[in-house]
Design a protein around this ligand. Structure first.
Ligand code: DX5
Ligand code: ZN
Length: 222
């Protein structure tokens, strides 16, 4: 299955925003045509960086009605699922590398009433999802090593997107790609089978956010 231009979801990552003005950033994203808000949660253990926790997410929720796509880059994420749900997460994505009991964690997320996502680091094999495919709402493929915004897209991800798209088959699983997405590589990422693009620097470091989001949606390379 390939995607048409109109069904591509753009999920800007607020990691690249000015953290002193996150409320304003959310308002700007809505005006600029973003579909989701991607929130990167880092614990300094799973990844070598620290960001925000549920209290900040709860305050952000007051500033946006866009779906909150919460990407947990933390060890043992099961400890915080309920807190992020209460904070306003609509989608909660955990890393396969950070979960000892992935099946249980996925079901905990769903039982809380959130969509359940699983993320794979660039070196992780898609086959580790074989036995949870029927339990998943979303797969998030990392196209950089998680931890920081502004890194370069890893080209091998394109083959991985195609493989995971084939693995998904007719299941209603959203395929999201995160890291180093630009207007230049977005057409290839979409053609390979992604339906959600996370973009941090491509949105927040662009001169015009509306133009930046529109150019990410374009399926055909200009
Ligand atoms: C990286 C994060 C990404 C990152 C994307 O660990 O998961 O969401 O913020 O930023 P860019 O688009 O700049 O690579
Ligand atoms: Zn992310």
């Amino acid at each position: 299955m390939s995607n048409t231009q109109s069904d591509v979801i753009i999920a800007p990552s607020i990691l690249s925003a000015d953290f002193a003005f996150l409320g304003e950033a959310l308002a700007q994203l809505k005006t600029a045509g973003a579909d989701w808000v991607h929130i990167d949660v880092m614990d300094g253990l799973f990844v070598p960086n620290l960001t925000i926790g549920p209290a900040v997410v709860a305050d952000l929720k007051k500033h946006s009605d866009l779906p909150f796509d919460v990407h947990l880059m933390i060890e043992k994420p099961e400890r915080y699922l309920q807190s992020f749900k209460e904070a306003g997460a609509d989608i909660i994505t955990v890393h396969v590398e950070a979960c000892r009991h992935l099946h249980r964690t996925i079901h905990t997320i769903r039982n809380l009433g959130c969509k359940a996502g699983v993320s794979l680091n660039p070196a992780s094999l898609p086959q580790c999802l074989d036995y949870v495919l029927d339990d998943l709402d979303l797969i998030l493929l990392m196209s950089v090593n998680p931890g920081f915004g502004g890194q370069k897209f890893i080209p091998a991800t394109l083959e991985k997107i195609k493989a995971v798209r084939a693995m998904i088959g007719n299941r209603k699983i959203t395929l999201e790609v995160d890291g180093g997405i630009t207007p230049q590589n977005a057409p290839d990422v979409i053609s390979a089978g992604a339906s959600v693009l996370v973009a941090g620097s491509a949105v927040f470091k662009a001169p015009n956010m509306t133009d930046a989001i529109a150019s990410l949606r374009k399926r055909i390379r200009q």
